[in-house]
Design a protein around this ligand. Structure first.
Ligand code: CUA
Length: 310
């Protein structure tokens, strides 16, 4: 398994997660105080013998049983609702729009570019620190849910419907996003990496993403032939080559990604070979067939080719 980057809603790195974490801590502290008062009163009632004054007990029942909870719950509701307008406000005009579709069991990611064109990638998001980003969330099959706990709240991905979510990451780092709605066999292996970076790093990444693949080394070209012969291009697209499949994850810059199989294994040559040859052992339920018939040399060449796609 891959060492997980931060996946904690209590270690916020975005404005949405900040307010959700504050609400959580207010509730925890409030809950502890109220618990201490209730337990204190119970101990008092047990320890102090004799009949208690009728008037005082009535005051406790009405005050503690009805008035106090009403005030506390109203205050909490008001505090929680007051956060909503900001959390739900769309990102300002001109913000980066990213379309993410949940697919069993991976993520199709499409960046909309300012000139109106789009560029596709998969299972990894790059975001610019302190810049709002607008997500358009859909599903290509069943209900999934898009959640980056460190950055903000979660939103369902429904087939036939587009939900939106605004996030504002405010700390550079690598975070983990997950599918938060049970969607079948590989649900727990449906995750993605989120890299929040400076404007310079982000711009460099985006301009690289737009480019089709650059032809690699001699060894990699052997892998490319195996990729073509094995029919990988029927499902996967690599821009700049004849591979133009759309049912599987886009692979143009696969070699630059952190992980394999929707954040299941760290992206390196050995893991890639394992993924291709033993796909179903690594991720039971995955749609991709295992290519057990490829020889170790062929697998090595194929992993070189894919690893070279940067
Ligand atoms: Cu997709 Cu759970």
């Amino acid at each position: 398994m891959i060492p997980h980057p931060s996946q904690s809603a209590l270690d916020p790195a975005g404005t949405g997660a900040d307010s959700i974490a504050s609400l959580f801590w207010v509730m925890v502290v409030g809950g502890i105080l109220i618990w201490m008062i209730v337990v204190g009163l119970a101990i008092y009632a047990i320890m102090v013998p004799g009949r208690h004054d009728q008037k005082t007990t009535r005051l406790f029942v009405i005050g503690g049983g009805a008035v106090f909870p009403t005030i506390v719950l109203t205050a909490l509701l008001t505090y929680g609702l007051a956060m909503l307008p900001e959390l739900q406000r769309p990102a300002p005009e001109g913000s980066q729009v990213i379309e993410v579709a949940g697919v069993r069991w991976w993520w199709r990611v499409v960046y909309r570019l300012p000139n109106g064109t789009k560029v596709e990638t998969a299972n990894e998001l790059h975001l610019q620190v302190n810049e709002p980003v607008e997500f358009k969330l859909t599903s290509e099959d069943v209900i999934h849910a898009f959640w980056i706990p460190a950055l903000g709240g979660k939103v369902d991905m429904m087939p036939g419907r587009e939900n939106r979510l605004k996030l504002v990451p405010n700390r550079v780092g690598t975070y983990r996003g997950v599918c938060a709605e049970y969607c079948g066999e590989a649900h727990t292996q449906m995750a993605f990496d989120v890299i929040v970076e400076s404007r310079e790093d982000y711009d460099a990444w985006l301009s690289r993403l737009k480019k089709p693949v650059v032809q690699g080394s001699e060894a990699a070209s052997e892998g490319r032939q195996i990729f073509e012969a094995a029919g990988c291009g029927a499902c996967h697209a690599i821009r700049g080559t004849s591979a133009d499949g759309v049912v599987g994850p886009e692979l143009t810059h696969f070699g630059s990604r952190r992980s394999i199989g929707a954040s299941v294994l760290p992206n390196n040559s050995d893991n890639l070979i394992r993924w291709i040859a033993e796909t179903h052992q690594v991720k039971p339920g995955v749609e991709m067939p295992a290519f057990e018939t490829l020889s170790p040399d062929e697998l090595r060449a194929l992993s070189l080719y894919l690893g070279d796609l940067k």
